[in-house]
Each structure stands twice: as structure tokens, then as C-alpha cells.
Design a binder for this molecule. Structure first.
Ligand code: FMN
Length: 251
């Protein structure tokens, strides 16, 4: 069980801000314009700080038609050329999980500034004008900008479908963490995760066709959902992704 770098990575203020944004976040694909200068510099600052091992977030600009694919039945990205590229060093352990954590934190920072954002895993690599090393890969891009409208209702599995046992019997922090995982975005909305609780430990596991990116996103939501309660996260093995131990006093 290896120590996970997400433990203690965010300040209390940042955790509170990101947690609030989880309730407002949804995938915005139709934008009304681009971030203004203060919003952009706040996001540049956030991107600089979102550096777990093997990940960097690069803000760039593009012509939408050159980067985004037109897929049947999916609303295309329009109205903003600004995006963040989530770049991983493929040789660093856990880099793809770290990419999910850092990319989702970036998305939530955008929402906390009143902007919208959307993870895009299926994009035209030829449209990217970002320098990368041979050992690096751009896992996803995240367009962001202003938008009109309210949070779209989320289509989600029920809490009972993603948890073993009855989460209403769990301590409040664990129940809240499970609800926060439930609201997390995933590619094709597959929600490829499962949660278990025993003792003082929550276990996040992969279920179905999930990627490490999806599970990294879920892990960030799980940690944010715990709220102010101190906790320690460790990587697990196989289909078990990570465990989160929370108690009043950690030694
Ligand atoms: C890793 C990842 C990749 C995604 N790729 C795409 C994509 O290529 N195109 C797209 O329109 N949406 C994409 N999405 C957005 C999901 O479809 C969306 O998160 C999911 O349907 C849940 O909806 P919500 O984000 O509004 O809660 C992606 C989401 C994630 C997390």
C-alpha cells in the first residue's frame, strides 16, 4: 500500500472551494465566450500549482474545428478556443491517476470562478499546438469559458448501485464522500467505480471499463466529499484503486 500524494495536497481553503464547485459542475459544451483576463490569470495560477508527479496542465488556444471532433449524438464544443491540456509523463507511476485528480481540480477551479468546463478525451491530436517530449502524452483537453444556464440534471447510478452495503448506515463523512463520487464526471458517463466501507476505511475500486483518468477523478471527489475531516489516502492493488482512512486523530 503506497502513500498517495493527494493526501494533504490541497489547502483547507482550496478543498472547501473545490467541494462547493462539485455541486455546480456539469459538462458545458456550448460556451457564450472566453474567460476574461482576471479569470484566465487565476486559472493560469491554478494550472501552475496542479502538479502531482508526472502531470502538467498547459493552457492553450485553438480553433474549435481543428481540435474537437464532430460525433453523432454529442453536442460539439463551440464558443471558446481556450482549453487546458492534461499532459502526463508516461514513465511516472500513478501519473494517469494524478492526471484525473489535477484535471478535475482544474475543472472545479473554473466553476468556482463562474466559468464552465468539460473533459474531452476524444479530440484531434493534430489540432494540438503543444510541445511534448517523447515520453509525454496528452490524455485529455478541457475547454472552458462562459456559459448560460443552470446545472443540467445528472444521469447517475444510484448510491446503492455503486456501494456495497447500505451507505445510509455509514458515518456521515463516508456517506458524503460516496455522494461526491456519484456526482463525478467520467468518459461516456460510465461511472466505472465501486465503494466499500469498513472500520474507518473507504475503498475505491474500479468496476467495468474505467480508465485511470476516470478513477483519479473519482478519488479527488471522494477526498473532497470527506470535508474537513482529516484523512490519509493510500494506493491499493488490482481492481482496488485506493483506500481512504479517516479518523479524528491520525497518528
Ligand atoms: C475522462 C473523460 C473524457 C471525456 N470525454 C468526452 C468527450 O470526448 N466528448 C464529450 O462530449 N464529453 C466527454 N466527457 C464528458 C462526459 O461525457 C460527462 O462527464 C458525463 O456524461 C457526465 O456528465 P456531466 O459531466 O454533465 O456530469 C468526458 C469525461 C471524462 C471524465
Amino acid at each position: 500500500m503506497e502513500h498517495c500524494e493527494l493526501t494533504g495536497f490541497f489547502s483547507a481553503a482550496q478543498r472547501a472551494r473545490l467541494l462547493q464547485a462539485t455541486a455546480r459542475r456539469f459538462s458545458v459544451r456550448t460556451y457564450t465566450g472566453e474567460a476574461d483576463a482576471p479569470q484566465l490569470s487565476a486559472l493560469q495560477f491554478a494550472a501552475q500549482k496542479l502538479k502531482l508527479p508526472g502531470v502538467r496542465i498547459v493552457i492553450s488556444h485553438c480553433e474549435e474545428s481543428k481540435l474537437y471532433k464532430k460525433l453523432p449524438g454529442v453536442t460539439p464544443i463551440t464558443g471558446t478556443g481556450l482549453f487546458a491540456a492534461v499532459v502526463v509523463d508516461t514513465e511516472i507511476p500513478y501519473a494517469r491517476y494524478h492526471a484525473g485528480i489535477c484535471g478535475e481540480a482544474f475543472v472545479l477551479e473554473a466553476f468556482s470562478l463562474g466559468l464552465g468546463a468539460c473533459w474531452i478525451g476524444s479530440f484531434k491530436k493534430s489540432g494540438l499546438k503543444i510541445e511534448t517530449a517523447d515520453f509525454e502524452e496528452v490524455l485529455a483537453v478541457i475547454p472552458f469559458g462562459t456559459f448560460d444556464g443552470e446545472v443540467s440534471p445528472r444521469k447517475r447510478k444510484s448510491l446503492n448501485d455503486i456501494c456495497t452495503g447500505n451507505p445510509t448506515d455509514w458515518p456521515l463523512w463516508a456517506y458524503n464522500a460516496a455522494e461526491c463520487v456519484r456526482s463525478a464526471p467520467s468518459a461516456m458517463n460510465l461511472q466505472p467505480w465501486h465503494l466499500n466501507f469498513a472500520g474507518r476505511t473507504m475503498l475505491l475500486s474500479k468496476k467495468g471499463l474505467g480508465t485511470q483518468l476516470d478513477l483519479g477523478i473519482a478519488l479527488l471527489h471522494m477526498s473532497l466529499g470527506v470535508g474537513e475531516k482529516e484523512h490519509v489516502i493510500r494506493w491499493e492493488e488490482g481492481k482496488h484503486v485506493a483506500s481512504l482512512l479517516a479518523e479524528d486523530r491520525l497518528t
